[in-house]
Design a protein. Sequence first.
Lengths: 190, 72
Amino acid sequence: MACMTDMDSARKAGSEQDEEEPNFDDWEEPSSIVSGDRTRDDFLDVALQLREPVTVSEIADRADRGEDSAREYMRFFAELGVVERVTERPERYRADRDYLRWRQVRRVKEEHEPEEIARLLSDVTGRIEGHRDEFGADSPEEVSVSEYAEEHDEDVETVWRKLSDWRTDAERRRILDEALKKAEENVAVR
Amino acid sequence: MTSDSAPVDFEILRTMYSRLRKTERFESAELEPKYAPNSLVLRYDLRYFPSFVEEAFLEIRWYTNDDFNIHY
């Protein structure tokens, strides 16, 4: 692994045998990477990340676009079910959780054959069993990060991360499970 | 870091993946690869590094409580 903090000294040390200075002008401006090609991409990215209700002006700010178009796009997305309008005055929006779930299920279905989904589901179920055994609990919600770390003399960050993996796997299993059911339904209909 | 752990945010990783994989900086971008199933792994194009550097990458994890973890 390259460590960035060592890069300067490394560059000096390596300069003799090192060919030419690479042309960093090839690299795009960071701002062009984080903004989309189109206004709607920027608003969609922001919309999908609205975990808590957010005002139109804040949405415009996050998308780096105007407030009028923010309002227009959010009203449109609300009609599609991508976001929900939480309050009228001020107008605030939040991502629609059902939509987010549906989007993930659909993506799994699109990207994998049913047999593959079944395999992924069995992998993730195996990992969840492993988490259960390791923590001696049925769900990550039952485990307190700090208490567990202290009792088992483990680093808080390590425990936090393992529990996060568990929660992630639990969420992934719900998505895979739903995707498999839908994929099988489709096969049955055909 | 908050006291309760939070799951990884698939949607954000996916968005970062779709934006970052197109840039010149990275040679490859892998979303949730087998060896790091809850991360986005970006490998730098080594032409931009001195020849003794054998590997340069970023491993990004982003959680639903907006905690994040970037390993380089």
